[in-house]
Design a protein around this ligand. Structure first.
Ligand SMILES: NC(=O)c1ccc[n+]([C@@H]2O[C@H](COP(=O)([O-])OP(=O)(O)OC[C@H]3O[C@@H](n4cnc5c(N)ncnc54)[C@H](OP(=O)(O)O)[C@@H]3O)[C@@H](O)[C@H]2O)c1
Length: 247
């Protein structure tokens, strides 16, 4: 769902963009559009912006989809500076971006990490790190006995971690779980498809990368002919950052 490349043709009614501009885009793998697994992408205005200054096309291609998802998570959470946000899957790319953008927004972030990922997660700047896994909610409650204001569940642990959230807090699910209706918690379903033309948010992400707030992370660059291998390795777990396919 995301791509970066060089504009080689501009539609007749489009202004402000020129052949040769380096851009990053979100692409929809729906209907006839086909998503970003293409050599040539047709992208409507609003779905792309310039790559961040000083950032390669390869690194920029990791930003739009998970970056827009992270911004949607923060928007749905509706938190204020000083509020607490817990994040599962913090070592994953969505988790990376949520933690960094939340810290920049002044939230108190509690992130999970396996021992091997601790240095990576610490570099994102959370206030606290707790062990990942089934003990996550209990570890969060040790830090915040009443529970956190919101939980971004990028590891999709759902009922295993929901107890980390305070009564009346917010649970942000990334795979369509509508929750168990308990304790007045507001269960939100995150859907990045609705950010297809969120140009202002893409600009926000570009500035976040340029200022060093957001760190694009490339796991490995592979030619498109090795896409199947990339998927197999992704499914096996343990990827840190994003595989980038080149055409
Ligand atoms: N709804 C939307 O619009 C939307 C948009 C973007 C992403 N998503 C979803 O968000 C999720 C995260 O995406 P991503 O790109 O960040 O994936 P990712 O890079 O694979 O990150 C997932 C992270 O969660 C960890 N994890 C997996 N199972 C866990 C468990 N039981 N306990 C603790 N940690 C666990 C993984 O660790 P290991 O690698 O060690 O397993 C990995 O660090 C995916 O499910 C994706 O489909 C949804």
């Amino acid at each position: 769902m995301d791509a970066a490349g060089v504009i080689d043709e501009v539609g007749p009614d489009v202004t402000g963009w020129s052949v040769g501009d380096e851009v990053m885009a979100i692409a929809l793998p729906l209907s006839t559009h086909g998503g970003a697994y293409v050599q040539e992408l047709v992208a409507p205005v609003g779905s792309f912006t310039r790559v961040p200054r000083g950032t390669s096309l390869l690194a920029a291609s990791t930003v739009p989809m998970n970056g827009l998802t992270a911004l949607q998570i923060l928007s749905l959470a509706g938190l204020s500076r000083g509020d607490t946000l817990a994040v599962t899957g913090a070592a994953g790319l969505l988790g990376n971006y949520v933690v960094q953008l939340a810290v920049a927004a002044g939230l108190t972030v509690i992130a999970d990490a396996a021992p091997a990922d601790e240095a990576l997660v610490r570099s994102l700047g959370p206030a606290h790190i707790v062990p990942r896994g089934d003990g996550f909610a209990a570890a969060v409650r040790e830090l915040v006995p009443g529970g956190v204001d919101a939980l971004a569940d990028a590891a999709v642990q759902r009922s295993v971690v929901v107890d980390a959230v305070r009564d009346g807090g917010v649970f942000l699910d990334v795979r369509g779980w509508s929750g168990d209706g308990s304790r007045g918690i507001r269960f939100e379903q995150v859907a990045v498809f609705s950010e297809y033309r969120s140009f202002d948010k893409l600009e926000q992400l570009r500035h976040a990368v340029e200022s060093g707030t957001l760190t694009p992370r490339v796991a490995e660059v592979l030619p498109a002919s090795r896409a199947a291998e990339a998927h197999e390795r992704l499914e096996a777990g343990g990827t840190r950052g994003r595989f980038v396919l080149t055409w």
